[in-house]
Write a new protein. Structure first.
Length: 355
């Protein structure tokens, strides 16, 4: 397997891990991500707002991945509850949290609470997405947490490096949920190797994760071959038993192929989320979405009727109206396993391909 050059030999394995964990670390010896974060598989849970709760983050951590709680929009009570649940369920040192940066600019109380935890509860990593991470970088560094910055274009990378990001996530437009719109977004297949080359030349100690379309061992292996140190997995872990996503949304995802998603502003308008340009939202392309996707301006001008239909869909669990957040990798989702079983499955498939 050819990856970006590593900056040093793999150090001693962490004594807190079991002999089985240590043996598995050796198998992915070329993953600097595993080495730096004490992981046994080069996977991080995407901190999906309202879906990546404590149960999902802890299950991923116990399976050897980095479990990032989805602090999302910065709801303090939700973050407190789910982050504490993750810590209680997984004493692994593999728990972190993620936030939407532009929402922190409005209210950073949830981030403040996480960073004010005693050292034993401090997050292993803090991920910031969709905004300037620099105002928060010093506090994150002082807490001892590693800063992970998600980007969607090359021109965002120098800002993340200036903020001191230890890890950069290259998010392709295939990803579910929020990301760069169609006019500005990049494909994971081309974005990851371009960014890997740039980091090798300009910031070789910075790690790279691929995001967008990573849903099985084949796509995890592909991310590593493209030059990533690991993968941030969203949609596939969203469709697991521990995910806080509604069951009806998960069931619809299992029944949908990769043609069945769309990236637009429709659901942000319906959900009353004032996302800044150039970001929008990928979800399943259901009946309500199709009704409005060609009339975005009309929807913005008079959203009342559509919002009422959406609100009723949420209340009744009708996901032909309510949103189901999934990316193009939905066509690779055929079941709803436990998160631990899924991580192990992806890990085993990737290893077999990379022998």
């Amino acid at each position: 397997m050819r990856t970006r050059p590593r900056t040093g030999a793999m150090g001693p394995l962490d004594a807190k891990h079991s002999p089985v964990d240590n043996a598995r670390m050796h198998t992915f010896i070329n993953s600097r991500f595993c080495t730096r974060f004490g992981l046994t598989t080069p996977v991080a849970l995407a901190p999906m707002a309202l879906a990546s709760g404590g149960a999902l983050a802890s299950a991923c951590a116990r399976a050897g991945a980095l479990g990032l709680v989805g602090g999302g929009y910065g709801d303090l009570a939700w973050t407190q509850r789910e982050y504490q649940l993750a810590l209680q369920a997984a004493d692994t040192g593999r728990i972190g949290c993620g936030f939407i940066t532009w929402k922190l600019d409005e209210d950073a109380s949830a981030l403040d609470w996480v960073l004010d935890r005693p050292p034993v509860q401090c997050p292993r990593a803090l991920m910031l997405s969709f905004g300037d991470p620099r105002p928060y970088a010093r506090r994150i560094a002082d807490s001892g947490a590693a800063l992970i910055c998600q980007v969607q274009r090359m021109d965002q990378v120098p800002q993340a490096i200036e903020a001191g990001a230890q890890v950069i996530v290259a998010q392709g437009a295939e990803a579910g949920g929020h990301g760069m719109n169609a006019l500005n977004g990049r494909s994971t297949m081309t974005f990851v190797p371009e960014l890997a080359d740039w980091l090798s030349a300009h910031s070789p100690t910075t790690l790279l994760l691929a995001a967008g379309g990573i849903a099985d061992g084949r796509t995890l292996a592909a991310a590593l071959v493209l030059g990533a140190d690991g993968a941030l997995v969203g949609s596939r872990l969203w469709a697991t038993q521990e995910s806080l996503a509604p069951q009806g949304a998960k069931d619809m995802a299992v029944a949908t192929d990769g043609d069945g998603t769309a990236r637009t502003a429709v659901f942000d308008i319906l959900r009353r989320k004032n996302w800044p340009a150039p970001y929008d939202f990928r979800a399943l392309r259901n009946a309500l979405h199709r009704q409005w996707e060609d009339r975005i301006d009309a929807l913005r001008a008079d959203p009342g009727t559509a919002r009422a239909a959406y609100d009723e869909g949420v209340r009744s669990g009708n996901f032909e109206a309510a949103h189901a957040t999934a990316g193009e990798a939905v066509g690779l989702i055929h079941d709803l396993p436990t998160a631990g079983a899924l991580v192990q499955r992806m890990d085993a498939q990737a290893r077999a391909l990379l022998v």
